[in-house]
Design a protein around this ligand. Structure first.
Ligand SMILES: O=P(O)(O)OC[C@H]1O[C@H](O)[C@H](O)[C@@H](O)[C@@H]1O
Length: 286
């Protein structure tokens, strides 16, 4: 792992849980239980050198998810630039379980996205929960459209030990079949190969059940209509310079997204909001 000096905020909650958020990309890179167990995947080969995006954690994809928008670069540019720490009204200076970071863009620097905006991400650590709230304000005079995602990399015991509940019968776009629209006919989603899907109008509650650790992650999203599910598997892992060849076995991305269901249109002066709350618990009998 290559690390240059970068600012990060360490969040702590009363029971002993902790999380880390870098100002680079407003990027959550770690979330640990009160027993010190890491819940978020961060690649051992992650490169901490702006403008490179950090591999793992929770990259904020904005103002574009994937190639769904006018920009030539995958996932927009918020994950490549520095956010500014924002003072939270009504929060005591000693409170250390929440942080708010802001990216202000003046519409200059990206020819294909000439629209000023303010993007704010607020991360709050609770007892067994991590909440991330995004807001986007159009600070310009023209309406604009955006797609986005909270590209969350979960740390799992082993990819053959996890299943996803909540996506059965959902329609999805398969990124491995030129975005062909299909329906998920499995009752639970298991992983035996590369998976890269945009679930359309996905339920707001999705669960990861990890039988290896006995852990359940319950993801509750609001504002994001879609959910992306991604695991690069063997060949794609081998092609990524900042990702270990075997690391696909320890991670799984579930990403609340504004993607296949269509972009958000934001009028001048208006604000859009989206959030996810991730709760973890041990399954009974585990
Ligand atoms: O390599 P990145 O630009 O970080 O993208 C990583 C992955 O992000 C999303 O999950 C997309 O659906 C995938 O197609 C992409 O490979």
């Amino acid at each position: 792992m290559s690390i240059k000096f970068m600012d990060k905020v360490v969040l702590r909650e009363e029971k002993g849980g902790a999380a880390e958020v870098y100002t680079h990309g407003g990027h959550v890179t770690s979330w640990k239980t009160s027993l010190g167990k890491e819940l978020i995947f961060l690649s051992k080969k992650a490169i901490f050198e702006p403008p490179k995006a950090i591999r793992g954690g929770v990259p904020i994809c904005f103002p574009q998810f994937g190639m769904m928008g006018p920009m030539p670069t995958q996932h927009g540019f918020a994950r490549n630039v520095n956010f500014v720490l924002k003072r939270l009204d009504g929060v005591a200076p000693t409170a250390c379980n929440t942080t708010s970071m802001v990216l202000r863009y003046d519409g200059k620097g990206h020819e294909t996205f000439p629209y000023p905006f303010e993007l704010r991400s607020t991360v709050t650590l609770g007892d067994s929960t991590l909440t991330q709230e995004l807001s986007v304000t159009n600070t310009g005079t023209q309406p604009f459209q955006f797609t986005c995602a909270l590209h969350t990399y979960f740390r799992i015991s082993a990819i053959d030990q996890v299943k996803i509940k909540g996506l059965s019968k959902c329609r999805y776009l398969d990124n491995l079949q030129e975005m062909r629209e299909l329906t998920d006919d499995q009752t639970e989603l298991l992983f035996q190969r590369e998976t890269d899907r945009v679930y359309l109008a996905a339920p707001d509650s999705i669960e990861i059940h990890d039988s290896g650790s006995g852990r359940v992650f319950e993801i509750t999203k609001t504002g994001f209509p879609d959910a992306v599910v991604w695991n690069p598997w063997v060949d794609k892992a081998a092609k990524m310079a900042d990702f270990g060849d075997e690391e696909y076995k320890e991670m799984l991305c579930i990403e609340p997204a504004v993607a296949g269901s269509g972009a958000v249109s934001l009028e001048a002066g208006m604000t859009w909001r989206g959030s996810q709350v991730i709760r973890h618990y041990q399954a009974s009998g585990a």
